[in-house]
Unconditional design. Structure first.
Length: 404
């Protein structure tokens, strides 16, 4: 394989060896664990944050980030493209408290309906769900912020609950398009609104939401801390829990399991999955607060957790036993397909890896433009240049805007 076709992890390993550094030494320089360092170099974990990429470049004395990424600067910082609606969404978020100027009284019933429709747009397969939601968010953010600023008492608490749900949606959209700072702002707003609304279940869901973006930023211990605190706050309220509360409690355990696996805490991960499994048996399939908790999501997280722990064979055994088409939200299906693709890639089963990326493309073509993990996987497949996958890989590379 030519050097220009190497994945980021391979390039980091090459430059590390040139500098005479051990994996442990480089891990210390960039502030990650030795386990994480090994996963990055082996391709089990991708560098998806610009700040972390810069730290690697500084530690390895690399002046041009293209030496690590192998992609042109227009696709920087992490091989993704910025979304055209990101600036408008940012402006709407920054107008906090101002809302939109109008003499009309806020219509909370209509606002709730439109927020629900926006979530349905996001969680359903579509060729344009990124664009559709990017166009809807600014107006919805303006309306909900206006409602919070103008209403009082019980109506304001209702507006705060709606705002929490909308900020959670803004968090996931901004994260998916790579706007991590905006995603953190959205997550923080969701937590604040849930606390102000005095809704413990919603506060637990908002904490889960915050931990998601902390995880995406590589702040695993912070994410685990948020999850642990949220679980502890719900625990005393489980004497006669509603299905909604149980679902939030179970969802927090699933996220906690994934984060524990990222720190190679196998025992913690298995314990958290075990609790989630028992909770899911009580709740059945649910979608409270758009967390999509239930037996199916437990199965999908078992795949993710096994993959994070480096148990590729176990993860693939699970992949083949999961009827993922029954998962109610496209986001979970896409994550599952990506986990499977990366595991197949690790086992050098490139045909199966391409098949999984094709599934992602069929359900949400925009993932190939905005997901750095999908793009990194495609880059690695291209680098291997296997004739058996060439015909199927070429249109995927074209859709992603990557060189063929």
């Amino acid at each position: 394989m030519e050097f220009q076709e190497w994945a980021i992890g391979q390039r980091i390993a090459s430059y590390r060896n040139r500098r005479g550094l051990t994996q442990e030494e480089l891990a210390g320089l960039v502030g990650i664990s030795l386990s994480m360092m090994k996963k990055i170099e082996s391709g089990d974990r991708l560098v998806t944050r610009f700040s972390q990429l810069v730290l690697f470049a500084q530690a390895l004395r690399i002046k041009d980030l293209r030496e690590l990424t192998g992609v042109p600067l227009p696709l920087m910082p992490d091989g993704r493209r910025g979304h055209p609606s990101a600036d408008t969404v940012c402006a709407a978020l920054m107008r906090r408290g101002a809302g939109r100027e109008t003499d009309e009284a806020p219509d909370l019933t209509d606002l709730a309906r439109q927020i629900e429709q926006a979530w349905q747009t996001w969680q359903a397969p579509s060729a344009f769900r990124y664009d559709a939601l990017g166009q809807q968010l600014p107006e919805l953010l303006a309306r909900v912020q206006n409602a919070i600023s103008r209403l009082e008492g019980q109506e304001r608490r209702q507006a705060l609950r709606l705002a929490t749900k909308l900020y959670q949606l803004a968090r996931t959209w901004t994260k998916r398009v790579g706007e991590y700072e905006l995603s953190m702002v959205s997550a923080d707003r969701a937590v604040w609104c849930a606390i102000e609304a005095d809704d413990p279940d919603l506060a637990g869901a908002a904490a889960w939401n915050l931990a998601m973006i902390l995880s995406a930023q590589g702040k695993t211990e912070h994410a685990r801390s948020v999850v642990r605190q949220a679980i502890a706050e719900l625990q005393p309220r489980l004497d006669t829990p509603s299905p909604k509360r149980l679902a939030v409690f179970g969802g927090l355990h699933l996220l906690g399991a994934t984060e524990a696996a990222r720190e190679d805490k196998t025992g913690d991960a298995e314990k958290l999955l075990g609790v989630a499994d028992k909770v899911a048996a009580r709740t059945g399939e649910t979608n409270y607060f758009r967390m999509v908790f239930g037996p199916m999501n437990v199965s999908l997280h078992r795949v993710s957790t096994a993959a994070e722990l480096g148990r590729t064979g176990e993860a693939l055994d699970l992949v083949e036993r999961v009827a993922v088409h029954e998962a109610p939200a496209v986001e979970r299906r896409l994550t599952f397909h990506l986990d499977a693709a990366r595991c197949y890639l690790h086992r050098r089963n490139d045909v199966a890896a391409v098949h999984m990326i094709q599934r992602i493309y069929r359900e949400s073509p925009e993932e190939l433009s905005y997901s750095s993990l999908v793009r990194g996987t495609l880059t690695q497949l291209k680098g291997r240049a296997k004739p058996a996958i060439e015909a199927d890989l070429r249109p995927l590379l074209e859709a992603a805007g990557l060189p063929g």
